[in-house]
Write a protein that binds this ligand. Structure first.
Ligand SMILES: NC(=O)c1ccc[n+]([C@@H]2O[C@H](COP(=O)([O-])OP(=O)(O)OC[C@H]3O[C@@H](n4cnc5c(N)ncnc54)[C@H](OP(=O)(O)O)[C@@H]3O)[C@@H](O)[C@H]2O)c1
Length: 343
């Protein structure tokens, strides 16, 4: 089977990785790569490292009409009108922005500073974390591809939900600079980041709302989360150290043994193609340019806490690789097709 795909906003960091992955995917043909800033230039003009024979064209919904699946890689608030136009025109869409991740439309002004005018599509969109929503993704018209930090957090905590009640949840994440997009700012400029390390948005980072929504849904009750992101002087990758306390249904503290915890995680992820539970705490280099999430679990008996260290590549499992994984599910392809190798 060959399907046609288009990437809208193909010249950003996520769009470039997606272009590369799709160009090497045996089940797809690229229909269009859109860009406002680089229209008329070839992919090689803009990204000499990509061996993709195509010319960027301005976005025009009518010219994408023959596309089976469109990926939208715009910044939040820019994305939703384009996503809506494409869905209305009959295409299946995978949106890499945050514009359809939150289920309550009233949260968009508070967390993202814009009023959502497509509540119907907010209600319809499926949150694109395959490990949680594989069946829903398979028949979705619109997939809201998860955020990078939420992916690293959710995969780390999911095996605990349903078994235990989680409290005192702390998400301490470190990200490479590509998470901030291709355009440098004062804060992400090489000279600001190189040989230094800092926290940012230490209370109320936008991804907190998405994390709380999805962890609470999985847990079946509201789970407050304290999230602190940090900016690492590296290009790609997120390392999240996750902490929580566990109780049983009646509120009594429980602490599994190290073996029990490890077995729980291994059993939970035994059939997952892209989640690896390992013994030694993982480093970013183990997952950079791959679609894998690798994690190690620990019981900190003295503190009465469980700790998980998870790593992903923010541009692959945190964005474009996960988007291709979702496309594979939507099209009935093997989920690993085109995302098993390096990205
Ligand atoms: N970077 C990550 O690690 C990551 C991870 C998960 C999700 N995401 C999400 O994926 C989306 C794309 O992220 P990215 O990192 O690839 O961003 P980026 O590097 O800043 O690229 C965004 C692209 O969107 C296009 N665009 C259209 N309207 C724009 C506007 N008003 N301002 C700026 N760009 C505009 C631009 O292309 P033209 O000007 O050529 O049209 C640009 O290349 C974002 O919503 C982001 O939150 C990113």
């Amino acid at each position: 089977v060959v399907i046609t795909v288009s990437v809208v906003g193909a010249t950003g960091f996520a769009g470039a990785v997606l272009t590369d992955l799709l160009s090497r995917h045996p089940g797809v043909r690229i229909d269009a790569l859109t860009s406002a800033s680089y229209a008329g230039l070839t992919v090689a003009n803009v990204f000499p490292n990509l061996r993709v024979d195509a010319v960027y064209q301005p976005y025009d919904c009518d010219r994408l009409a023959s596309t089976d699946i469109a990926f939208v890689c715009y910044p939040h608030a820019e994305s939703f009108p384009v996503v809506a136009e494409l869905v209305d025109a009959g295409m299946k869409v995978i949106d890499l922005s945050a514009d359809f991740r939150l289920k309550d439309p009233d949260l968009y002004p508070e967390w993202y500073g814009f009023e959502h005018t497509r509540e119907d599509l907010v209600a319809e969109a499926v949150y694109g974390l395959p490990e949680l929503y594989r069946e829903e993704i398979a028949c979705a018209r619109l997939v809201a591809n998860p955020g990078c930090y939420p992916t690293s957090m959710l995969l780390g905590f999911l095996p605990l939900t349903g078994r235990f009640r989680l409290s005192g949840v702390i998400v301490d994440s470190k990200s490479g600079v590509s998470g901030a997009g291709r355009k440098a700012s004062d804060k992400t400029h090489f000279c600001s980041v190189h040989d230094d390390f800092r926290a940012y948005a230490e209370v109320g980072h936008r991804h907190t709302a998405e994390m709380v929504q999805e962890l609470s849904l999985a847990a079946g009750e509201p789970v407050p989360i304290s999230f602190t992101p940090h900016l690492l002087p590296v290009d790609r990758g997120i390392l999240s150290t996750l902490y929580c306390r566990l109780t049983d249904a009646s509120g009594l503290t429980v602490l599994p043994s190290a073996n029990e915890l490890r077995e729980l995680y291994e059993a939970y992820y035994q059939d997952e193609p892209f989640v690896e539970v390992v013994s030694a705490v993982p480093a970013l280099s183990e997952v950079q340019e791959t679609n894998f999430c690798r994690m190690a679990v620990r019981v900190d008996a003295a503190a009465g806490m469980v700790k998980v260290v998870s790593v992903i590549d923010n541009l692959v499992k945190g964005a474009s690789g996960q988007a291709v994984q979702n496309m594979n599910i939507m099209c009935g392809f093997d989920e690993r097709l085109g995302v098993e190798g390096r990205a």
